[in-house]
Design a protein around this ligand. Structure first.
Ligand SMILES: [Zn+2]
Length: 392
């Protein structure tokens, strides 16, 4: 049995921040407030001890995009985000041809076989391709020429290749065939999420009744109150607020969501229903100033402007370049969110969404996926209970 005692930690617990000692045994949290001895002891002198981040929407990092579809690209992106505190990560595919999505799924399988970092990845996320091309606002940076209606035969083929690896799948609920899409997701235990949608609130409600239970990058590329011609319409945002069972995620890079919108979402839905995500793309965790969103082969060129990725004509954001530690700093330092709430959004809420009961918070018996941060919220160390990493 191996035991480690972390002493004098400002521990961010589910309901409070407490200065105490935490004992870890065999990769699990064995005691909080431990007063005995352990094989190894470290004194962190009042630094924060926080649950590892859980990022449920991320396209790449460290110069690699998951759509590059090689096990090496997966390892580069996953290990980059790990250095920034993400201990559970859902690699995200963007809208692409069936053949490119198949390559992505097969690369994930190869990554799982070959890389020690794959213990951080419980499965994958498909963002698309069944989205609305109704306008540039709904398609965002998704390649508009590849958007299509839900296709049952294509879904069946992708599900077969994935063989249980797809944990969430995003679509626009107003599209013909979205009822079939939602049912097939539910039948396969997949979280069904509204994204890149031009739906009215009524159309979104039909989707929710059919099984959509999450909204992808809430407020970004989904509809809200607007006037069209002589009519006023509500949208996906209002439908999400009106349904307690619907969870949302916010890109917390400090660019995609203004502080008061974030506060409003937290006030209405509560931190148990609001996950923080990076939606980070290949540039995340690097000092690159340009790159491709999507695969190197046929991705979209983007540039960094004002610490966010944009299309070359600056007409639209094209994903963030954030890592989860930046999201923590945005939440706590820039937006004034308390540490307990921020930790919930960054770890516990997304972890619960994925049904990962052993992760997401510092509680007895949970995996010791832990971060040590200084008082300015910079990461000093990352631990993963079930992974032996010599040195990051
Ligand atoms: Zn995305």
């Amino acid at each position: 049995m191996s035991s480690l005692l972390i002493k004098n930690a400002k521990v961010v617990l589910p309901n409070e921040v407490k200065l105490t000692d935490v004992l870890i045994e065999n990769g699990k949290i064995a005691s909080i407030g431990y007063e005995g001895k352990a094989e190894k002891e470290i004194d962190i002198n009042g630094d924060y001890l926080l649950a590892g981040f859980v990022d449920i929407h991320v396209h790449g990092g460290g110069g690699a995009d998951f759509m590059d579809a090689t096990p090496e690209a997966f390892e580069t992106a996953v290990s980059t985000h790990l250095k920034h505190g993400t201990t559970t990560i859902l690699p995200t595919a963007m809208t692409a041809t069936e053949s490119d999505l198949t390559d992505f799924l097969n690369a994930f399988k190869a990554f799982k076989k070959s890389s020690e970092y794959s213990v951080l990845t419980p499965g994958v996320h498909l963002e698309g391709p069944y989205f609305s091309g109704a306008n540039a606002k709904s398609s965002g940076a998704q390649p508009s020429g590849l958007l299509r209606l839900p296709d049952e035969a294509e879904m069946d083929r992708l599900l077969k290749v994935a063989d249980g690896d797809i944990l969430r799948w995003d679509a626009a609920p107003e599209l013909e065939g979205s009822d079939m899409f939602a049912k097939k997701c539910l039948d396969n235990g997949i979280i069904c999420s509204i994204a890149h949608s031009a739906a009215t609130s009524e159309q979104a409600q039909v989707g929710i009744d059919n099984g959509f239970s999450h909204v992808t990058h809430f407020y970004n590329a989904v509809t809200t109150y607007r006037k069209e011609g002589q009519k006023v319409l509500a949208g996906v945002v209002e439908a999400a607020y009106l349904n307690d069972n619907v969870a949302v995620e916010l890109i917390c890079d400090g660019r995609h969501i203004p502080r008061d919108v974030l506060r409003l979402a937290l006030m209405i839905k509560g931190a148990d229903k609001v996950s923080a995500i990076t939606d980070g793309m290949r540039i995340a965790g690097t000092d690159m100033q340009s790159g491709k969103l999507g695969s190197l082969k046929n991705g979209t060129d983007v540039i960094v402007d004002d610490t966010v990725a944009k299309l070359l004509d600056l007409s639209s954001y094209a994903g963030s370049i954030a890592t989860m530690d930046r999201c923590l700093r945005v939440l706590v330092k820039d937006y004034g969110i308390d540490m307990v709430t921020a930790s919930k959004m960054l770890s516990a809420t997304p972890s619960k969404l994925l049904g990962l009961d052993c992760k997401g918070s510092i509680e007895l018996g949970k995996d010791a996926d832990l971060l040590i941060l200084d008082s300015d919220f910079n990461i000093k160390d990352v631990m993963v209970g079930n992974l032996k990493i010599a040195k990051l």
